[in-house]
Each structure stands twice: as C-alpha cells, then as structure tokens.
Design a protein around this ligand. Structure first.
Ligand SMILES: Cc1ncc(COP(=O)(O)O)c(C=O)c1O
Length: 484
C-alpha cells in the first residue's frame, strides 16, 4: 500500500519541505517584477541550460526537490523572454495583474476540475456569470447567452467554427460549405477550419482595403458567386483588432451581409474584445451585437496570465448541439440544472480559468481597466506623432487598438532594400535590449510593428523608444546607402 501523505510526514518531503521555497520564489518574482523596466528584455538563449535539460535523465529514484526547484528557476524561467516588459512591443502581450496571478495560483493550488458544474458549483457559477457579463458588454441579451472559457483565441475561434459548421451544414452538404474572412484574419481561423475538416477550397480569403479592413463589396461578390455555383456559404468571420495592425472590420456591414445570406457571424475579438470596456472606444466595435459568437482573450489586453480566453455565443444551444456527449461515467455528476463546461466546449477536465479574471475584475473594477485600454490608444498615437516629427518615417497602418506599423523610407533605396533595412532596424533594437520590436508584412512589404498594450508602458518609454528607433534607422540607412 502507498500513502503519499504518510510518506510526506515520515520523510518531511513534499509540501512541508517546499513551502518556504515556494514563498521565496514568489517573493523573488514580485521583487523582479517591480524593477522590470531596468531589466534587458532579451538575452541570448542559455545554450548550456538547454544542453543540460536535453541531457538530464528522468531518474528512477527522485532527486532533492529543492535543487530541482532552483534549477527550474535558474535554467528555465530566468532565461525566457520578458514579454511582460513595458517595452516589449511585439506580438500581443501585456503586463499581468497581481490579482490574475493570485487567482491563477489559487486555481492551481486547489486544482479544481472545472469540467462539470457538480464538481465545483460555485466556480462554475462564477464562469457562467462572467460569460453572461461578457455577452452583455457586446450587447447580447436574453437567457440563451452562454459560452465557455478556453485556453486561447485559437481554441475559441475553432470552437466557434464547429458551432457554425453544425448550424448550417448536414454531413452530406459539408464539401459544399464555404467560410469567408479577410486576408488579415488571424491564422488560427484557417487552422481551426482545417482541423475540423475544411479543405483549402472551402476557405475564402477576401482582400482588404487601404486600412486593412475587409472589402465588403468583394465579400458579397464571393458569396453570390459561390451560391451560383451551388456552394453553401456557412459563416463569415469579422476582426475586432487584427493581429497585424489592430484594425477593426466594418462589423455592422458584416452583420447585415450575414443576415442577408443566413451566415453564422463570428467576431474574432481575441485581441480587441477588451475595447468593449471603454466608453470612448467601444463604438468602434459597432455591429458586434449582430454576431452569433465572438472570442475575447483576456490574456491579451486585460492583464490575465495564460491561459484565459472566452468564446461567447448568443444562443448556447448551438454549443450544446455540437459539444454535448452523454457518457455513462459522467451521469452521476450531471445532476444540476446548470450546464457543464464539458457540454459547451471541446475539453473535459480543465482548470477554472474564470477565477483569475473574476479576481481581477472584482479587485480592479472596469473603470480602471477602461483607462488602461484608452492609454494604449494614446501611446500608439504618440508613436505616430513622434515618428512623423522626424524625416523619412512613413506610417503604414494608422494606430488602432494600440497597434501601428511604420517604415523608414529614405530616398535612394528600392522597396526591396527598404525591406532589408526594416529587418536590420528590428534586429538592432532587439540587440540593444532596450525595446523589442519585430516586423510583419503588410501589402507585400516589410513593416515595423508596435503593439502597445502593456499597462506599464509610459509616455517616457515611448519617447525613448522612438528616439532610439530613429537613431538606429539613420545609422543603418547610411550603411546601406554607402554599400550601393
Ligand atoms: C486576433 C487574434 N486572434 C486569435 C489569436 C490566437 O490566440 P491564442 O494565441 O491565444 O491562441 C491571436 C493571437 O495573437 C490574435 O491576435
């Protein structure tokens, strides 16, 4: 017989031994986080540590746990990129709220299984309450509003596509199904569609206009062409904050088109969903209330730890139709009138991801979070202003949702050379350790992209970053012009 608690007691291993170390790890993290602004964002990967990990045996007899803990902090966590740094302007990363961290720790410590209502009813109630509130933020109303917390925007988008598919297509009709979205839509939508069986010919990417928003005229043309050819349009996906440029599609027009052709209308608000909290900017999401579903990742702009994303639907019966199974081994824990997470989404066992968001919202309040969102818009506009003061900078995408794209375009360099210059500027600023800015491609040309949604990014950070960008760009351009 093996009794772990008895073993713990006898050997003094386990929790008793780890308690102090865990507290000291937390203290170390809090202290480091307080001086994050002074730390380099990026150091070269620690090849020695990686080599050590790759060559470490999985032992038959356990090692000293305190040493293992130390190794994890030193070799793993201390050598990862500081994506919470206030001058980490890449991807869609933010600072973490202390309340989210606390909620996340609590969820891990208690390790409740949020799969079914009966397993942790109050935790499930809290998830249900938040989903309803998120729906209300988008203008959804009524008893049927529902949804599910999932790991990220990719899972939320994919789950929405499952519901869309099942709402519009029979098994036999499936090959005729078509889904439409712009060429700026996050790759997770196409990936999700492929995972659930759609072929490339069933995924229709619609070109965007000069502001990187979907061309609704071309969308309608594509839908009509497909109908004439005997295809079955299933869904249209609109963007509330594109990854590349923070752009927002004309959601109201998409809503009208979806209604006209009886399409499922999904909004990918993984990034931009958080603007629904801002009384100033929520009007940019006008039309989202017409959607059937939307994704909202609070681990992006709302300061949550990974993973925290929500799929919200206007009518949860669609999720139930797609995701409910009735296995015999769950019958005894499916007694409540309330719905269980395992009937609303793809996962069975899962952590309760709503706890940390609940903690954050209750402790911070939406007013302060709205201000934080608005400050991101302000900072992105400040970058634009600062760059426009200096020669040769061209704004490629106007600031929206805290993101903008730009290029340094001195006379005498071809567009291809400017692509290389853009790469060089990104490499140099990353090497400086002061700021982290990577490139993307818009309309076939490389651009520098800044996504400024970190709650700790200040005006001073922006002024210093733009000055450094200019200094690097002038030097790198001179080098390239001299090579000609
Ligand atoms: C607009 C958008 N949708 C979906 C995703 C995917 O989210 P996740 O990485 O959480 O799966 C992202 C990620 O950046 C995104 O920006």
């Amino acid at each position: 017989m093996f009794d772990w608690l008895e073993y713990d007691k006898k050997t003094k291993k386990g929790f008793e031994e780890q308690e102090k170390q865990l507290v000291s790890f937390l203290e170390g993290y809090i202290e480091k986080n307080a001086r994050i602004r002074e730390l380099p964002i990026f150091e070269k990967p620690n090849e020695e540590a990686i080599e050590r990990i790759m060559n470490t045996e999985i032992p038959a007899k356990g090692r000293d746990p305190l040493t293992v803990g130390e190794e994890l902090v030193n070799d793993v966590f201390e050598h990862s990129m500081l994506s919470q740094h206030p001058r980490f302007y890449s991807f869609v990363c933010s600072a973490v709220s202390p309340y989210s961290l606390a909620g996340s720790i609590l969820a891990d410590v208690y390790n409740i299984n949020a799969g079914g209502w009966d397993l942790a009813p109050a935790a499930a109630a809290l998830e249900e309450r938040l989903v309803k509130w998120m729906g209300e933020c988008a203008g959804y109303s009524g008893d049927n509003v529902g949804g599910i917390f999932v790991s990220g925007g990719s899972m939320a988008n994919m789950s929405a596509m499952v519901a869309a598919r099942d709402s519009r297509l029979t098994h036999d009709e499936f090959p005729k199904g078509r889904v439409y979205f712009s060429d700026q839509t996050h790759s997770s939508v196409a990936k999700g569609l492929r995972i659930i069986g759609f072929g490339d010919d069933q995924i229709v990417k619609i070109p965007t206009d000069d502001e990187f928003k979907i061309r609704t005229d071309l969308l309608e043309e594509a839908i009509c062409r497909d109908i004439n050819e005997g295809k079955k349009p299933v869904a249209v996906v609109g963007n509330l904050g594109t990854t590349n440029a923070g752009c927002i599609d004309p959601l109201d027009k998409l809503g009208e088109i979806a209604k006209k052709y009886d399409l499922w209308f999904h909004v990918d608000g993984a990034y931009g969903g958080s603007i629904l909290l801002s009384p100033i900017y929520r009007n940019l999401a006008k039309g989202i209330e017409m959607s059937d579903s939307f994704s909202w990742d609070t681990h992006k702009w709302l300061m949550q730890t990974y993973s925290c994303s929500t799929l919200i639907v206007k009518d949860k019966t669609y999720l139930l139709n797609s995701f409910t199974e009735h296995p015999e081994y769950l019958a005894d824990v499916n007694t409540s009138d309330h719905l269980s997470g395992w009937d609303l989404g793809p996962e069975m066992s899962r952590p309760n991801r709503a706890i940390k968001l609940w903690y954050t919202l209750q402790a911070t309040g939406t007013d302060l979070l709205a201000e934080m969102i608005e400050y991101s818009f302000y900072n992105a506009n400040l970058v634009k202003k600062e760059l426009e003061k200096r020669p040769n900078w061209k704004i490629i995408s106007k600031p929206c949702c805290g993101t903008l794209n730009f290029r340094y375009e001195p006379a005498g360099l071809s567009p291809e050379k400017i692509d290389s210059l853009t790469d060089n500027i990104s490499k140099k600023i990353i090497e400086s350790g002061f700021a982290y800015i990577v490139t993307t491609v818009l309309k076939g040309r490389k651009t520098l992209r800044m996504c400024i949604i970190n709650a700790n990014t200040t005006e001073d950070d922006i002024l210093k970053t733009t000055a450094l960008l200019d200094e690097i760009a002038i030097k790198e351009a001179e080098k390239m012009l001299a090579e000609k």
